[in-house]
Every structure is written in structure tokens, then in C-alpha cells.
Write a protein of this length. Sequence first.
Length: 416
Amino acid sequence: MREDEQKPVTQRVDVAIIGGGLVGASLGCALAELIERYRLSVAVIEAAPLPSPTDVSGLDGQPSFDARASAIALGSAQHFMNLGLWSGMAEKATPIRCIHISERGRLGAARLRAEDLDQQAMGYVIPNAWMGQVLHRRLAELPLDWHCPARVEDIQPVAAGHLLTLSDGSRLEAGLTVLADGGRSGLKEKLGIHSQERGYDQVALITIVEVSRPHEGTAYERFTDEGPIALLPMSGQTMVLIWTHEQGCEQQRMALSDGDFLQQLQIAFGDRVGRFRRVGKRYAYPLSLITAEETARPGLAVLGNAAHALHPVAGQGFNLALRGVMDLVAALSDELEKTQELGQGARLGSLATLLDFEARRDADREGVIRFSDGLIRLFGVEHALLSHARAAGLVGFNLTGPLRHGLARRAMGVLR
């Protein structure tokens, strides 16, 4: 090295959030109180360029903020209320008042109703781009150190946490590093964190459709021979369509004219929502169950799709991730409170704290994964006797109050 060359200055931060999508942005917002109380320094590293918080049209660069919408459980809405974000989210939130579950060609059906639990809604459907806008408006008010667009080119464990080398030339030494990048960056692999992946050999075709009847806040889960079809209520008479296909079979439907596409959808789903009248731009996403074998190490936490990518059949992916965000913040709050009582400065990322976080998550994560994966496998097996058993089960479920109420409370995210 020449004498006039210098190594980049290494900046020390308490928390480095890798990923500024829905999960990373939610974490940044959830840390606001701790940032103010303990003067935490927080850096956010995001690979995709983000526009100003008032420009929703440009959010498509961030994979979280694409054409999809998320079903937000009642428990998740309560988390956003506690963070002071719900008034903004509610502007484009459509309530889910009923969940209708059925199997194509069978008589059985189950209904979960919010009114049965004295609630106005079981959850809400919010466009991802709008959620992103609300989250980033709040982030713009916080003293965060943004590195955007920038990628983490190298990550190395060090005594005080992790050393991050970024593509913008920055070097960060973080007491706690949070992987919230959806698992796209390969950082888990660089750190030797392995994931178990179970392919479904399925692709979700996602779009917006207009229906001829008022949906009245009903979300539909319809199991067909080809795969599940979900319809989520949105404003007016529009609904989010999530149509699962065997891998490769979606290509033909992606290429169809709008009229032919709507006709095939009508045949597959039936007439429970009336006629399908219009369809928006179509997107296809491959589906698999991915679970990281580790979600916590000294100085490291893994959140969101980097920790677990689920089948969208039960609509639980983002809700599970948000509960992970809140559990991590709760564990960090406990750690900071203890260090303050001992007269020590704020230092995050201890193994004890992160094991506490992991313990808070285990039962919830495993329960949701078993439920969503089991649902796919139960309705994915075609056998005459099993089909009749499923139909009878749906009828029996509809008649059994305690069982139906228990599942409804779990779907709302108020029972863990």
C-alpha cells in the first residue's frame, strides 16, 4: 500500500439492518423508541434504490413493494397501531370479515367470521407498495444512517459483532447485524448458515381481478385439482388473485389474452364471487418452503424470508415475520434495560439476548410452518376416500364452534 493510500474508515453502529423492504423497514420503525431512549445508532443497507417517501410510483424497485398485497392479521394491525403507523396503513386497508374455505367439486365448506369473535375484522388486505410508503415515511423521521443503493460485499464476525464491507466503499462494525434481505444476497451462505428447502414444484400467479358481485369483505381459499386459489378483498369490487400452478403450467396462462384468462379462472374457481370481469398485469413467483437452520448467533439475527419462506396458501408469511420483528425488539429492550440498570453503556447482540429472541420465536414459527405446509399437502393429495374425508372435515369444522373459533383467533394473530 502506498503511503498516500488509506483504509476506509470503519464506522461503529449498534444495529445494521440489511434489507429495507417490508421486514427491514418494519424493524427500523419498531426500533424508534429504543433509538430515542438509548441513542442507538442504526444503519440500513438496501440494494435497490428507493424513491422519496412520498413517491409510491417508484417503489417497484424494491422486491417487497411490488404488485402484491399482504393479508395483515388483526394482531399485526395491533402491532402497527402500537408503532403509530396504523392510521396511515388504514387509508388503503380493506377489512377481511370472513374467510371462506372450500374444495372444488366437493360440498364441504368452512367459514371463519369476525363477528363470531365480536370483532369488526379478522384482518386487512393492504397493497405492499402502500405499506412500503407508510413505513418509509416514518423511517425518514428517524436518525438512521442509510446506505442505499448499496450491497454487503463481505461480512466477517469480529469480537464486537460483525464487520460489513459495502459496495459504496463504507465499512461498518455492527454490534447487532440483522439479515432482513429475503435471503437473496447469499449472506447466509457466506456465514455458513444453511437452509432446508422443500420445493413444492409450484408457481403462484398473482394479479388483481374485478368481480361482478360485492365481495363484502370475504377472503376465499379454494382448493382445486391444479392447486389452491386465493382471493383477497380489496377496494370496490376488486380482489387480489393468488392462483397456484404446477411449475411450468403457469406459462400458458401468463400468455393468455385477458378474456381467455378470465374464462379459465371462472371455470377453475366457480361463481361464488359472480363473474370475473377484468384482470390486471400478471406476475409469477416460484413457491417453496425454506427454513434457516439458525436464526440467531452472537451479534446476528435472521428475520423474514431470510429465516422462513412459506407457501402463501394461509397468508401467514408477513404476519409471522412481523411477530419476529416485535419479538426481537422486545428482547433488545430487555437487554438495554438490564445494561442501564448495571450502569453500562448500550451494547447489543449478546448471545443470551439472541437466544432469548430465538426462544420467543420457536413455537410460533414451527406452528405456522406445520399448519401452512400441512394444508398444502392435505389438499394436494388426490384420492377418492381422502377427498370425501376432506369434505366431511370441512362440514364438521363449520359446525364445531370451539374448533372454528380457535382457528379464527390463530388466523387473526391474537393466539400464539
